[in-house]
Ligand binder design. Structure first.
Ligand code: SF4
Length: 422
């Protein structure tokens, strides 16, 4: 029997928060290999690292302050490795005498030092075992991964065919996780829009939807097997084609009488939140909804992809409020730090959201290779095409380009926090 080790590496960042992060792609591969007869184990560098869970089960993550990589030496901010201590990682991998293949996943491009460190340690321990690196960093910064990691294979894109997304009864190997209180689920893959700053299409050119009945069975399976009652949607376009998809799923939840809670940390499309969907969200315990606006500048809304208008947002919020959601449940994403959004205008965006009775949630901008924004920045010689992925970090990217950014960003965050309390 083949012995497989899956590894979810550390996060390296200035800040990190656990909004239900789980290595879903890696666990799908685990289930796939298990069904082929392999014995599959997981070493999760974030296991047991939740600190101070909030009312929704999201949490801070255990961290250690570490020295910044050389490139970030001039950044005056503490830099951290999030996850288990290295000796604990060594102890966990020492439990395995022989392994045939190791699969390491990767998250944000600028978290790559975590994946690289895990691979280096694994290579020292299992020098003859092939290591396959996949995930977001491995796909978006494929060349960087090939040139700078010790992985034997750097995998670009999805490892499994799309049929595994649809197939009824094929679920990620969540049983390998120790914390199953909140689990990710997905009804749709991809997005019908093409926003200039978004990497969604890099992982799938088409919008896809699984049968809502299959998703309902999946959720019931997690509830029966692990007692899970809280779910995080990982969809990019959950509300799109809602009559065929999310509305059908939510009606099944209501009919079952189950008391689940649902979260949408990826922003919802305001345009598709009609009265019926808003009511279904309320009846099925959607908590702390997130809706995407990015900017109230209608010119910028159009040239970045046209996914939302101010009127879409007004109507969506009206429907959600009529369904019973209060301001504390309604967070609207605003993008801060993009070169085409004047930071003075960001203050207007926040006031606009407040005037509609919702909270502004600031998302810092950073460009992602492969997006139109990135290409324009390279073409205009604002950044080099092959800048180190550490510079993609949203905490520092705009600081690096806009000298007054730090002061202004602090002002905007303070302003937002005060206004959100009113
Ligand atoms: S609508 Fe959202 S998910 Fe779709 S391309 Fe735009 S930002 Fe990405």
């Amino acid at each position: 029997m083949k012995k497989i080790l899956l590894v979810n590496p550390w996060i390296y960042d200035f800040s990190a928060y656990d909004f239900g992060i789980k290595p879903v792609g890696l666990l799908r591969i685990g289930e796939f290999l298990r069904r082929k007869g392999a014995k599959v184990d997981l070493v999760d560098c974030l296991e047991g690292c939740s600190r101070r869970k909030d009312e929704y089960g999201f949490s801070k993550i255990r961290k250690e302050r570490i020295e910044e990589p050389e490139i970030l030496k001039n950044i005056e901010r503490p830099y951290f490795r999030y996850g288990i201590p290295i000796p604990e990682f060594l102890e966990k991998i020492s439990a395995f005498s022989e392994i045939d293949e190791i699969y390491v996943t990767s998250g944000m491009t600028y978290w790559y030092p975590g994946a690289h460190l895990a691979i280096k340690i694994l290579k020292e321990r299992f020098d003859k075992t092939p290591v396959i690196l996949g995930g977001i960093y491995a796909t978006i910064c494929h060349k960087h991964g090939r040139l700078t990691s010790d992985a034997d294979v750097v995998w670009k894109g999805n490892y499994l065919d799309e049929e595994y997304f649809y197939r009824n009864g094929f679920y990620p190997a969540y049983d390998l996780l120790s914390d199953k209180e909140t689990l990710p689920i997905q009804l749709t893959a991809g997005c019908p829009f093409r926003c200039t700053y978004c990497a969604s299409r890099i992982f799938g050119a088409r919008f896809e939807m699984k049968d809502p009945v299959n998703l309902f069975e999946e959720v019931m399976h997690y509830n029966r097997a692990f007692g899970t009652k809280s779910f995080v949607f990982y969809d990019d376009a959950l509300a799109y084609k809602s009559s065929e998809g999310i509305k059908r799923f939510l009606r099944l939840v209501i009919a079952s009488g189950m008391q689940f809670t649902f979260h949408t940390p990826n922003g919802l499309h305001a345009r598709f939140i009609d009265e019926e969907l808003a009511e279904l969200f309320k009846k099925t315990n959607f908590k702390d909804l997130r809706i995407s606006l990015e900017t109230s500048d209608e010119g910028v809304q159009q040239f970045t992809g046209g996914k939302v208008s101010n009127n879409d947002l007004k109507l969506a919020l009206r429907n959600l409020k009529e369904a019973g959601f209060a301001k504390k449940d309604l967070g609207v994403y605003i993008l801060m730090g993009a070169s085409y959004i004047d930071m003075e205008k960001t203050m207007d965006d926040i006031l606009f959201i407040n005037s509609l009775g919702a909270k502004a949630v600031i998302a810092s901008y950073s460009p992602i290779p492969g997006t139109l924004d990135y290409k324009v920045l390279v073409k205009n010689k604002i950044i080099k095409e092959n800048i180190d992925p550490l510079w993609h970090n949203k905490t520092i990217f705009s600081e690096f380009l806009i000298p007054s950014y730090v002061r202004k960003a602090r002002e905007i965050r303070r302003f937002t926090s005060n206004l959100n309390k009113t």
